[in-house]
Design a binder for this molecule. Structure first.
Ligand code: AMP
Length: 101
């Protein structure tokens, strides 16, 4: 399920380029285009889930360690999820920020 005006759905469909770091059937991870740390990865569900408010299982959280391992940052990283405009969310497609220095 995708949303036609969603930038992250367009990354999933490869209509917009991204530096993809991890992919499986349900999730995609890619480099943030405007990094706020030395390593700044976004992990998203391929389905268009707008935010944490619409998430009904925790599978994406289990994927974080696979992304971290692939990027060799398992020894230390931060995970952030902005939710809603007031929470700092700018892209309305659920994404986990994975940050490491
Ligand atoms: P948020 O404020 O939590 O919604 O974060 C959105 C993030 O998406 C920001 O850190 C942006 O730099 C990043 N971003 C927006 N467009 C793209 C893109 N086309 N490719 C990679 N990262 C993007």
């Amino acid at each position: 399920m995708s949303s036609k005006d969603c930038v992250f759905c367009k990354i999933v469909s490869r209509e917009i380029p991204a530096r993809v770091l991890f992919e499986d059937d349900n999730f995609l991870a890619f480099s943030d285009v405007n990094p706020k740390a030395k390593i700044h990865i976004l992990l998203i569900p391929k389905d268009h889930i707008p935010s944490l408010n619409q998430l009904d299982n925790g599978e994406i959280l289990v994927k974080v360690k696979d992304v971290a391992k692939g990027e060799r940052i398992s020894d230390g990283y931060r995970v952030r999820i902005h939710t809603g405009k007031k929470g700092g969310q700018e892209v309305d497609h659920l994404h986990l920020h994975i940050l490491a220095d």
